[in-house]
Design a protein around this ligand. Structure first.
Ligand code: ZN
Length: 312
């Protein structure tokens, strides 16, 4: 900023009149602060304050910093005692800029807090952005959480899935995310290959999708025989075959439980219910039976995905 630019005082808690140092942002906002606090949170400021001060001891020294007030405010708030509420970042780019500044000022104690705040604030809507910034910052646990969340993104890696922070992320980190997504897809779609994981209970044995007598007489019956619990290979009804094959394809592209839950995503579910209307015996029970099956299915998909690790 130029000498003639108007300055203003930052909002609380950086408007304390008893301050002994001022940090002036690039947009002319004066942050009233205390040397002691800054020295404790930042070795860089500590070193600066131990240098001999040339100006009059009466005037409060002003340090011009290269950050705008939008970055300086959350940065200083995070390292201020009894600051109260955590700062809210405007977006991931701002959070990254705060992180960068924290590194520059060697404020190690707040770097992990920035990570927790970024994850809490942006994970639901921007898992890829959180992944990118976590890789850059070395927050491996947040990177893993964000990668797990990215499974909800269908066909990750297609040119459509560009995201904020993509420019900053390294190819190795991006590749391990794609690899994780792909491997989860392989694991999730393999769950429906054999249903041996179903519990071997009388209820499971009696389920409509492998016991319907009416479907058995139909022309489309008998294409798919599959292991059911410990009962051996049973031939399934056409509508269930359709469901199983289609849902496996959906899981390969978007390996998460939402794929099976959400009816908008789970075209396989809706189509199977429609197809079940071809059979007089199945049409009224297919919905209930498929719901029951889906509960076990989702549980098994979650277990399969949990076994896949994001490479470090
Ligand atoms: Zn039937």
């Amino acid at each position: 900023m130029s000498e003639t630019q108007e300055t203003s005082t930052a909002r609380a808690p950086f408007n304390n009149p008893d301050h002994d140092i001022v940090l002036r942002s690039t947009d002319g906002v004066d942050f009233h602060h205390f040397k002691l606090i800054l020295s404790l949170v930042s070795p860089m400021f500590d070193g600066m304050f131990t240098l001999p001060q040339s100006k009059s001891e009466l005037a409060v020294p002003v340090i011009l910093v290269p950050e705008p007030s939008t970055i300086l405010y959350p940065l200083l708030l995070l390292s201020y005692p009894s600051a109260g509420a955590d700062p809210i970042f405007n977006n991931i780019d701002d959070a990254s800029a705060v992180l960068e500044a924290a590194r520059k000022y060697q404020m190690d104690a707040i770097i992990y807090r920035i990570g927790d705040l970024v994850a809490a604030q942006f994970l639901p809507a921007h898992p890829l952005g959180v992944y990118a910034v976590s890789c850059l910052a070395g927050w491996e646990h947040h990177a893993r959480t964000a990668a797990a969340r990215s499974l909800e993104i269908k066909s990750l890696g297609r040119p459509s899935s560009e995201f904020a922070g993509m420019g900053a992320i390294g190819a190795v980190d991006y590749h391990r995310l794609l690899k994780y997504h792909y491997e989860c897809g392989v694991a999730a779609q393999a769950v429906g290959e054999s249903l041996e994981w179903l519990p071997s209970t009388p209820y499971i044995k009696r389920m409509q999708m492998w016991q319907c007598v009416a479907c058995r007489r139909g022309p489309a019956f008998g294409r798919l025989a599959i292991q059911i619990a410990s009962f051996g290979k049973l031939t399934v009804t056409p509508w269930f075959e359709k469901y199983l094959l289609a849902s496996r394809k959906e899981l390969a592209n978007r390996p998460c439980e939402l794929t099976l839950w959400e009816s908008a995503e789970s075209a396989s579910y809706d189509r199977a219910i429609v197809k079940a209307r071809d059979c007089l015996a199945c049409q009224f029970v297919a919905h209930h039976e498929l719901n029951t099956f889906r509960t076990f299915y989702i549980n098994e998909v979650k277990k399969a995905i949990a076994k896949v690790n994001l490479a470090s």
